[in-house]
Write a protein that binds this ligand. Sequence first.
Ligand code: SF4
Ligand code: ZN
Ligand code: ZN
Length: 315
Amino acid sequence: MSKCRFCDKKAVVYLRYANLRLCKDHFVEFVEKRVKRTIEKYKLIRRGDKVLVAVSGGKDSVVLLDILRRLSEVYDFYIHGLTIDLGIHSYSPVYVEVARENYKRLGVEHTIIKVGEVYGFTVDDLAVRWRRVCSLCGTIKRYIINRFALENGFNSVATGHNLEDLLYQGLSSIISGDLEGLAKVSPKLDGRGRLITRIRPLAETREKDILLYAIFKNLKFVKMECPYARGARSLRLKHVLNLLEEESPSSKFAFSNSLYKKLSLMASSFVSKEKEKPRSCSICGMPSRGTVCSFCKIALKVNPNYKPNNLKLPL
Ligand code: SF4
Ligand code: ZN
Ligand code: ZN
């Protein structure tokens, strides 16, 4: 391969969508600048903010933590890591350890919540009752992350959703006519009431670039898959997006621009405000569509002694 566009070193990456050949160092800089640009463009973080970073140990969240750690010094905001031990045999111990190592290496304050200890059930317990647990597991993670952020005074929660994750969400919402889902395909979901703002600083960064960044920087991340993962549909749709990219290298970015700037905004103006307005769960007090929130419903089914313990950090 020829030389890097910005220095005399050998180029190790060719980015077709930007027509750039880059050495390792300039590629790392390129990815960091892209994330910084997304943060600025969508006003994701302000000076003095308290940002909770959800770290699952996968490449996306580890790269997010790495970049936000550096940017927190430049922009003067505080970050705190949160990892949820879901109690998945053979998988949770591995990713919790990886997350811990990353927090230690970067010197980031963090909390690890064991669902089993706090709420008396695990995702393994759910898998005994239900064949597919991913959507239940998603509910549990969103609930705990939001509740922790709320009870400990965070301004926002940062997650590692990358460009393809959001394009996939957008495409599948369009295919199924799910306007509510489409309204959520954005780098920033503003909070309201007891729902904390969610931000996705990697929303304009390709999955492949995130992986290369992690490899070039020697970051430790989990490579094994969760035993309950069933990603067939998402893999198929991501394949469709890759075919589009082969035809036209910048097509993913063109699609993300129209999703983030037009389609999701149009969809949110159609979603009934009444439907959007969350009530409070009669058991835990957190936002809920019905009298009891989805988390409490799940918890009560698997643990009759369930108590909605709070997650406030001891001072
Ligand atoms: Fe949870 Fe499914 Fe992800 Fe496993 S693959 S961590 S069960 S959402
Ligand atoms: Zn270079
Ligand atoms: Zn509840």
